[in-house]
Design a binder for this molecule. Structure first.
Ligand code: BYC
Length: 468
């Protein structure tokens, strides 16, 4: 495909940077090929009612129109510069923020940007087959909106690699299109981004829990002393909000549907809906997989990133007064001689855990909302719960150890016996899969999900969000 960079909406003065233009011109056709190869399967020629970012001006940054996905204008946007921005934390606190990459932090910064960038195409690959089974045109459109925006987030990281990291940045940008989610030889970097997402319950759990990890990681990068990273992640966060909305309201609608059936004395499974215990098991799975994405509880990487000013805490500038975090400790429950005991960890080494705590609180707010929907229909005693941070972990100090969802360390035999109550069983998966049938008549919903409260951009629910 001919590369026409004038079509890339941007606020980074792309026209005046010939070297950057050349790098992006080489990368763009590869991105297009990647999108056609492993992007949304079967929908590339359809008109989709999409939001496109066209500027960063408050209130006016997005435009809605019918677009074919391959023609989506993946733009490059950075939030405007804060005047005389300063490093907000760590050992360089108070010094002027950086407009270029300091040599001593180049390797770490590049690694953070690559890891962030790698998750974006990974999620598109994970979700590529969901278009065959969407529960409504509204949901189908939301899936594609998320997919194109993850594509744009990849562009955002590739812009940083091309603009600030020279030749090795360009090589890394190429590799972002070469790894594949779930591939045995060239997997995506982080664990969770290699898990398949083949059904819509998993998709809503992923956008609720895994995209929310994105929110927290991006927010901590928004604090970065490297201003271009801070500015681009701040703009990404505005798009991320919609992804989490899709997840949180998606699960809420599944819960509402099942609660309404139960209120009528019916069994959700028998009625082609999803029973609450199955929803709980999917929640347990995706919440624990997403907790892994924060890294180890005790991490010298996290301490180094903080000291250097690369990655701060959530709302570092607003919520904290001590930006050095040198004198505090974090009381961390660790397994010691077969029992849990608290150990004080120097705060800088516990920053992954501090971020994870902020994340858990945010997830709890969503779960409370789902329980409200249960109670509104008079369903009591089936409240959904977040399992303990220790449950079913594959990364960090609790990895592979048998923990009860309430956080107690149990024996392996107890775990083996109870795991089918806690994690999706083959029977759950078969039931959920059996419900995955496309419903593509405007305004109609699948049997297992309630309609959303409202349509998109003021349009009615029976609007043709995807032209079939
Ligand atoms: N999988 O010190 P540790 C999003 C590695 S989601 C595999 O404990 P650290 C999105 C680690 O690399 C947000 N490996 O962890 C959501 C290290 O390797 P080395 C994505 C893992 O480094 C939905 C070793 O284990 N953004 O945007 O403090 C849709 C020890 O690591 C994992 C970011 O993640 C894992 N889960 O923290 C679309 C931000 N965890 O050094 C998009 C950038 C750890 O021994 N990334 N390891 O070779 C980071 O800040 C950090 O890399 C992490 C890990 C927070 C992920």
């Amino acid at each position: 495909m001919a590369t026409d960079l004038t079509r890339i909406p941007n606020n980074v003065d792309l026209d005046s940077d010939v070297r950057l233009q050349r790098a992006l011109q080489q990368w763009q056709p590869d991105f297009h090929n990647w999108w056609m190869d492993v992007g949304p399967e079967g929908w590339q020629a359809h008109d989709i009612y999409l939001r496109t970012a066209v500027s960063v001006e408050a209130g006016g940054w997005a435009r809605f129109d019918y677009v074919k996905m391959p023609d989506y204008r993946w733009g490059i946007f950075l939030e405007p510069d804060a005047h005389e921005r300063r490093v907000g934390f760590g050992d360089h606190h108070g010094q002027p923020a950086w407009e270029e990459v300091p040599g001593e932090h180049r390797t770490s910064l590049r690694r953070i940007i690559i890891t962030q960038g790698d998750t974006e195409p990974a999620s598109v690959e994970q979700q590529r087959r969901l278009g065959a089974t969407a529960p409504s045109l509204y949901d189908l459109r939301n899936l594609f909106q998320i997919n194109v925006e993850e594509g744009r987030h990849l562009w955002a990281m590739v812009y940083l690699l091309h603009r600030y990291f020279g030749r090795d940045g360009r090589e890394e940008a190429a590799e972002l299109l070469e790894r594949r989610s779930g591939d045995a030889d060239r997997p995506r970097i982080l664990t969770t981004f290699n898990e398949p997402i083949d059904d819509w319950l998993s998709f809503f759990m992923f956008t609720m829990f895994t995209d929310r990890d994105g929110k927290y990681q991006l927010a901590s990068l928004a604090e970065s002393a490297f201003s271009p990273l801070s500015r681009t992640t701040r703009f990404m966060l505005t798009e991320e909000a919609h992804h989490m909305f899709v997840g949180e309201t998606g699960i809420d609608r599944v819960v509402q549907r099942s609660a309404a059936l139960m209120a009528d004395g019916k069994d959700p499974r028998a009625e082609g809906a999803i029973d609450i215990p199955t929803i709980q098991r999917y929640l347990n799975r995706w919440f624990s997989l997403s907790l892994d994405l924060f890294g180890g509880e005790v991490s010298s990487n996290a301490a180094d990133y903080f000291a250097a000013g690369l990655k701060g805490r959530y709302r570092e500038t607003v919520d904290y007064s001590d930006h050095a975090a040198l004198d505090e400790v974090y009381a961390l429950p660790v397994v010691d001689g077969g029992r849990l005991a608290e150990r004080d960890v120097p705060m800088r080494n516990a920053l992954n855990e501090v971020l994870r705590d902020a994340y858990v609180k945010d997830c709890q707010r969503g779960v409370d909302r789902w329980n409200k929907s249960l109670h509104a229909k008079g369903v009591e005693g089936l409240d959904l719960r977040l399992p303990s941070k220790r449950f079913h972990r594959a990364v960090g100090i609790y990895a592979g150890l048998p923990f009860h969802p309430d956080g107690r360390l149990i024996s392996q035999a107890e775990w083996d016996a109870a795991a089918p109550e806690w994690l999706p069983t083959p029977g759950d998966e078969a039931h959920v899969r059996s419900l995955m049938r496309p419903v593509y008549e405007p305004g109609r919903m699948a049997s297992w999900i309630a309609p959303p409260a409202r349509g998109i951009n003021g349009k009615p629910l029976d609007f043709e969000y995807v032209r079939i």
